[in-house]
Design a protein around this ligand. Sequence first.
Ligand code: KIV
Length: 273
Amino acid sequence: MSVHKKQDVKKITTHQLQEMKNRGEKIAMLTAYDYSMAKIIDGAGMDIILVGDSASNVMAGNETTLPITLDQMIYHASSVVKAVQRALVVVDLPFGSYQGSSGEALRSAIRIMKESGAHAVKLEGGSEIIDSVERILKAGIPVMGHLGLTPQSIYKFGTYSVRAKEEAEANKLKNDALQLQEAGCFGLVLEKIPAILGKEVKEKLYIPVIGIGAGPDVDGQVLVMQDMLGITQEFKPRFLRRYADVFSVATQAVTQYIADVKAKDFPNKDEMY
Ligand code: KIV
């Protein structure tokens, strides 16, 4: 096993992500919300770790991403940052922390950067939040955009179904993507849109475009860690590939532990002082 000292590891920067797009190397991005999982994900060689507001669902058990607070996002982000040596750590600005005004957005972004040590923030939306994006960028904070299915607007959409299937919404999305790029975003997430639109946006933009349910012809992919590891059971959209069945493995281990305790098999003579 190779153990890196902090200074041995070449950190991923927004410039390197841009170079990856330029040379056609796909970018791998995954969520993390705590120290232990972030250590595994970073050690495996992930390019971007997203401290997503999906923590609201998978960590706190909420139905939507809306309830999670800025303080809670900072708590998750600072746990992740402590584990990471290589990946770029991007943190979601949670619902209600940036929609009020560009001043509020800047204050929230500064709190995330100062209190967690993360490297960048992500905001959902296009033209409606462009003032906030510009203000945060002017402060020297890298910003990632997020278009398509934007879960913080779930009550406006009404469903989690595929976005931008109609021409008008697809045109707005393309326009928003260009505005975010022009404002200076270093990258863009596209969630749950037709693959053909994902390809079009990736080809139109020079900045990296990362997809989740946006097809293969984008610059990289992002998934929620609990979903791809098979920890969440009930969530199975078409775009999700499960790489493990951690729910079953963990259930088996916990069941065995209970049985061993009840049977007075644990601890044995080698497991005591
Ligand atoms: O919060 C999140 O996990 C996200 C990803 C789905 C892109 O925004």
